[in-house]
Design a protein around this ligand. Structure first.
Ligand code: PEP
Ligand code: CO
Length: 456
């Protein structure tokens, strides 16, 4: 197989605009095309949000994950909000991801590749174009990149200025994340700094403290025996990802860079294609097929083994390593039925993929009191089944894709604190999908480790 950083070849008959000849689902309708064009031109002139060498480094690490040498942890909000671009919210989300990765690193004994669903997760697919409340019909909220969540004509009308605001908020978030990480926030000597204040009160406290102390002393031990300069283990990497949904925005950020062949999407390291837009002949797959980034593709209950084979052929015709992450999100009730066939179909192609599980989107339901929620038990059950099914089909679950937050929200039911349907009202803050709160996220990390160990 080919090394991921070796030039392969530019996709045939592709340009950053070739998607325009294909069917583009889930796009916003802007009232003023000239204003949209103006915003896109302004966007095109701005510097990239990420660099090509970071993208290629991630691709290399995904290639290693495909060989079982790393575990990928991807997580963050369902929909980031401009109004939540706040220091504590960004830092807490980072802390949860760091803590989860620590638990996994410790338990799985392999490096964890951290990919935030942040610094650009501003566009949302919706099942209905319009929403009606009390006889008033307005466009659906499509994420802060497009319009506002408030149910008013002004807020719901797609506004091109938001493209530049999204760019700025992504850049501000990235800048803060990079500063925290470079400044020692993620120092492995002191994982106790990452505590979120929940620890003393949590049923999981003891276990987490044991893990974090053990990591701290292992780091010191390794430094002592290898004579490494203090600091070599201080830095951890964070990569960014978002759903590459808004095609004019994504193609404005798709560019060539000096001294590299081909094109990169420079708005995130790992763009992914959502389930609703993953048609092999669709515009989203067309745009993604020509870039050199690694690309995620959601795989859901409606997809057949043949669909996935066709997608792989289109997006990775040269079987490049590190290029494709398949994110299955089948639901706890469907995974046993559907995943084995999908694994076999992918294996039959011989094309390398990293399989990761999104146990969130196949397990969404509505409570009797009207909340969109997910049961922790179903999330856990889907991940545990995924680990088993991959293992028994000669494959390996290589990562997780989660919707989570560092805040103490009450959006998912269950977990160590046994949140119930009636608790949801306490702190239900999401504008789109329910997220794991920090404690549920850590609990899931611990359960995943237990499950992996039980089959190892
Ligand atoms: C999402 O990740 O928020 C999402 C919409 O997922 P999917 O495309 O899998 O439905
Ligand atoms: Co979601």
């Amino acid at each position: 197989m080919t090394s991921p950083v070796e030039p392969i070849r530019q996709a045939q008959d592709w340009t950053p605009d070739s998607w325009q000849k294909k069917t583009a689902l889930q796009q916003a309708t802007y009232p003023d095309q000239a204003e949209l064009e103006g915003a896109l031109q302004a966007l095109q002139a701005l510097p990239p949000l990420v660099t090509s060498w970071e993208i290629l480094s991630l691709k290399n690490q995904i290639a290693e994950a495909q060989q079982g040498k790393r575990f990928l942890l991807q997580g963050g909000d369902c929909a980031e909000l401009f109004s939540e671009c706040q220091p504590s919210i960004v830092a807490n989300r980072l802390k949860v991801l760091l803590q989860m990765s620590l638990i996994m690193l410790h338990g799985l004994e392999i490096p964890v590749l951290r990919v935030g669903r942040f610094a650009g997760q501003y566009a949302k697919p919706r099942s209905e174009d319009m929403e009606t409340i009390d006889g008033v019909t307005l466009p659906s909220y499509r994420g802060d990149l497009v319009n506002g969540p408030d149910f008013t004509q002004a807020s719901r009308t797609p506004d091109p200025k938001r493209l530049l605001q999204a760019y700025s908020h992504s850049a501000i978030t990235m800048n803060f994340v990079r500063g925290l990480v470079d400044g020692g926030f993620a120092d492995l000597h002191h994982p106790e700094y990452w505590d979120l204040g929940w620890v003393e009160h949590s049923p999981l406290a003891e276990e987490f403290h044991r893990i974090s102390q053990s990591i701290g002393s292992s780091v010191r031990f390794v430094e002592t025996i290898t004579g490494q300069t203090p600091g070599a283990l201080r830095r951890v990497d964070f990569f960014t990802s978002h759903e590459a949904l808004h095609l004019p925005f994504e193609s404005a950020m798709t560019r060539q860079v000096p001294r590299q062949w081909g094109h990169f999407n420079l708005s995130a390291h790992l763009p992914w294609v959502g389930l609703r837009t993953a048609q092999v002949d669709g515009a989203h797959i067309e745009l993604m097929r020509g870039i050199r980034n690694p690309v995620g593709i959601k795989v859901g209950p409606g997809m057949t083994g043949r669909d996935v084979q066709a997608l792989l052929k289109r997006i990775n015709p040269d079987d490049e390593m590190g290029r494709v992450v398949l994110i299955h999100r089948l639901g706890a009730a469907n995974i046993a039925d559907q995943l084995p066939g999908l694994i076999d179909a992918v294996k039959a192609t011989g094309s390398p993929v990293l399989w990761i599980c999104d146990p969130m989107h196949g397990n969404t339901e509505k409570t009797s009191n009207g909340y969109k929620t997910r049961h922790f038990d179903n999330i856990q059950a889907e991940v545990e089944q995924a680990i088993d099914i991959h293992a028994s089909h000669g494959s390996r679950l290589g990562g997780l894709h989660l919707e989570l937050t560092g805040e103490n929200v009450t959006e998912c039911i269950g977990g160590a604190r046994r949140l119930s349907e009636t608790d949801l009202v306490t702190a239900y803050k999401t504008t789109v999908d329910p997220r794991l709160n920090y404690e549920q996220a850590l609990e899931l990390a611990m359960l995943v480790v237990k499950k992996h160990r039980s089959i190892a």
